[in-house]
Structure formats: structure tokens, C-alpha cells
Design a protein around this ligand. Structure first.
Ligand SMILES: [Mn+2]
Length: 356
């Protein structure tokens, strides 16, 4: 893998606040990794704000020190040298989100129970059409980057944004495994009538993307009967429920051993879908559907590091459901999001052979 022109950046200085991700001066062309922001939250059912997630992460990102101690001892102390570029937020996604939210809002207000109400049925149908348009748009943008041999990372938005990205990556790498970190199983067949709800993303991935061979879920602690059945019975799914993980740790098993077990269930090519609410809510207090429990920051970073060191290849990823609090000067959600995003970048680069 070829490095970017590293003479342009002083990693010992303060990050440049010029609106580029992590303050890096690299062009899209010279970057090996391209981030695609997807500010979309049409089906958000509880707290809103994830539409501002990409911007919150971008704004907080220059504050990070980019030396990576996790990968330093394995030959990649400076992942940034391989170039990370974040595309601009597209007007198309903004328009789809605006229009979609207008259709979806009255349906969400009824909890999706719309009966024979023709007007609401009509709105729901239109919202579902918007989801298809969003998926197609994200798919095309990811495919374009994959064709240029870039590593692609999506930055949401609510979790529904992953669909088009996973579709594109699975088309290039059939037999793909999804490593899914989340508080929620996201295995509902539909939620509030929305075909492509944030709460049914992994159900859609399993049933509608044939290139996906396996789904390994971690951190899951909020789910319904239907989801529990699928998570425990579907032959493609291995779910590590948060409570079960806690019990094994309580009884003295090493986290490293359990992490290796999780990773061993994945095929060679892996896409990481990281919902920030998989972490403890103190690390993502403003996310839409926070749940007590969850992974510590260290555990999450360890999982990403262990995955990268396992010999498997991270061929794509997304980070979703980060939302800023909206309070002036409060960058906490964006700050943690930016750190997880940088670790995702480092892990993906490392797994694809990047070494300083
Ligand atoms: Mn979630």
C-alpha cells in the first residue's frame, strides 16, 4: 500500500482545523481510505440528532493525537500516513433526509400503528421509497470508491445507512462476514412499518444481501422475542449477548479469549458495522437509543485490534448513531466517535497490509 505525501503534515503540531477529517491535508486521490458521510435519520424512533453525527465527528477529529499505540508495536504507529479522506456531505442525502422525515414523522408519532388510515399508508409508502433511493445512492458511492481500490467507511446517520455500503462491499467480496457491535440486535423484520428501519438493518442484511455469509453480533442487550429467536436460531448468526459476555467475564474468563472466539466465527473478509450505542452510554450520552451496560472503550478497541491482528481482512466498515448533545462546547459524543473512527481506520489499514 502506497503512502500519501506525508511531508504535508506535522503530526507533532496541533491538528489543523480546516474542515478535513483528523486535520489531515490529503486529497481523496492520494488517500487509501475514503469516508462517506451519510447524514440520514428518517426512521429514528427515539432521540434524534444522528443526522449531525458526521459533522460532530469531523469537528472533534482534529483534536486527536494520531500516534496509534495499539498498532505501533505491530508496525503501524502512524496509520494516517496512508491517507484518510472524508467526502463532503452530499446535497442528495440532505434532500432525501428532509423529504423522508416529513413522510415518516406522522407514522412514527403513531408508533407505526396506522391501520386503514389511507393518508398515513401513503406517507409510509413514500418513506419506504425514500429508503430505497438512499440505499441506491450509498451503494453507488461506495461502489465507485471500491472500484478505485479504496477502503470505504460510512459515517452515519442512523443505522439504516449501512445497507447500501454492505451491499456494495458484499458484491465485491461475496462470502463476507459482518462484525456488528451494537446494543440492539437490529433483527426486526420491519419496525413501525419501515422496510429499512434502523431497527431492522441486520435482518435486511441477512435476508436481502446474498453475499453476506455470516453475522457476528456483540454488545446486544435490547431485543424483542422475534429478534432473540433469529439471533439464536439463524444458521448465519452468532450473537454474543451482553449479559452472557458479562457472566463469562464475571466468572473469570479472559476478554481476550472471548474476543478470539468471536473473531474465529468470522470468514476471511470482514465488514465492521459499529453502532456507537454498543458502548457504555457514558461514552455516547446523546445517541438516539442508549442502553445501560455495553462495551467499555478499551474492550471495543481491543476487539478492533484483535480483529486486525487475526489475519482477517477488514474490507469496509461503518460507524453510526453518533449524535451531538447540541449543548454549546460539548464535543464529547463527537470526540469518542472520532476516536472509534480512527481505530476503525487503523484496523482496516493494518489488516490490508499498511505498515510504516
Ligand atoms: Mn443500536
Amino acid at each position: 500500500m502506497k503512502k500519501a505525501d506525508i511531508r504535508k503534515f506535522n503530526p507533532n503540531g496541533a491538528g489543523t482545523n480546516d474542515g478535513s477529517i483528523f486535520g489531515l491535508p490529503f486529497s481523496e486521490q492520494e488517500s487509501n481510505l475514503v469516508l462517506v458521510p451519510v447524514p440520514f435519520e428518517m426512521t429514528t424512533s427515539y432521540g434524534r440528532g444522528t443526522v449531525k453525527g458526521p459533522k460532530a465527528i469531523l469537528d472533534a477529529s482534529p483534536q486527536l493525537d494520531l500516534f496509534d499505540a495499539d498498532f505501533a508495536e505491530h508496525g503501524l504507529p502512524r496509520p494516517w500516513e496512508f491517507g484518510v479522506f472524508m467526502e463532503r456531505e452530499s446535497a442528495r442525502i440532505r434532500a432525501l433526509n428532509k423529504e423522508g422525515c416529513q413522510f415518516a414523522k406522522p407514522v412514527i408519532a403513531q408508533g407505526g400503528i396506522i391501520g386503514k388510515n389511507k393518508a398515513l399508508q401513503n406517507k409510509l409508502a413514500k418513506a419506504n421509497k425514500i429508503s430505497h433511493a438512499l440505499n441506491a445512492h450509498v451503494f453507488e458511492r461506495c461502489l465507485k470508491q471500491l472500484q478505485k481500490n479504496k477502503i470505504v467507511g460510512l459515517v452515519g446517520g442512523d443505522h439504516s445507512v449501512s445497507f447500501g455500503g454492505i451491499q456494495a462491499v458484499a458484491q465485491k467480496h461475496p462470502g463476507l462476514g459482518i462484525f456488528h457491535i451494537d446494543a440492539h440486535a437490529d433483527l426486526r423484520s420491519a419496525y413501525e412499518g419501515f422496510e429499512h428501519s434502523h431497527a431492522s438493518i441486520m435482518n435486511n442484511v441477512i435476508h436481502k444481501i446474498p453475499g453476506v455469509a455470516r453475522l457476528v453480533q456483540v454488545g446486544i442487550r435490547d431485543f424483542c422475542d422475534e429478534e432473540y429467536k433469529l439471533a439464536t436460531e439463524h444458521p448465519k448468526i452468532d450473537c454474543y449477548f451482553d449479559g452472557q459476555l458479562r457472566d463469562r467475564l464475571m466468572k473469570g474468563e479472559a476478554f481476550a479469549k472471548i474476543a478470539n472466539e468471536m473473531i474465529s466465527k468470522l470468514p476471511k473478509k470482514v465488514y465492521v458495522s459499529f453502532d456507537i450505542d454498543g458502548l457504555e452510554p457514558s461514552l455516547c450520552p446523546s445517541t438516539g437509543t442508549p442502553v445501560p451496560g455495553g462495551l467499555s472503550f478499551h474492550q471495543a478497541n481491543y476487539l478492533l485490534k484483535a480483529l486486525a491482528l487475526s489475519g482477517k481482512t477488514i474490507v469496509g466498515f461503518d460507524l453510526n448513531e453518533v449524535a451531538p448533545s447540541g449543548r454549546k462546547g460539548d464535543e464529547w459524543d463527537g470526540n469518542v466517535g472520532a476516536r472509534i473512527l480512527y481505530k476503525l481506520c487503523a484496523a482496516a489499514l493494518y489488516s490490508q497490509g499498511a505498515r510504516n
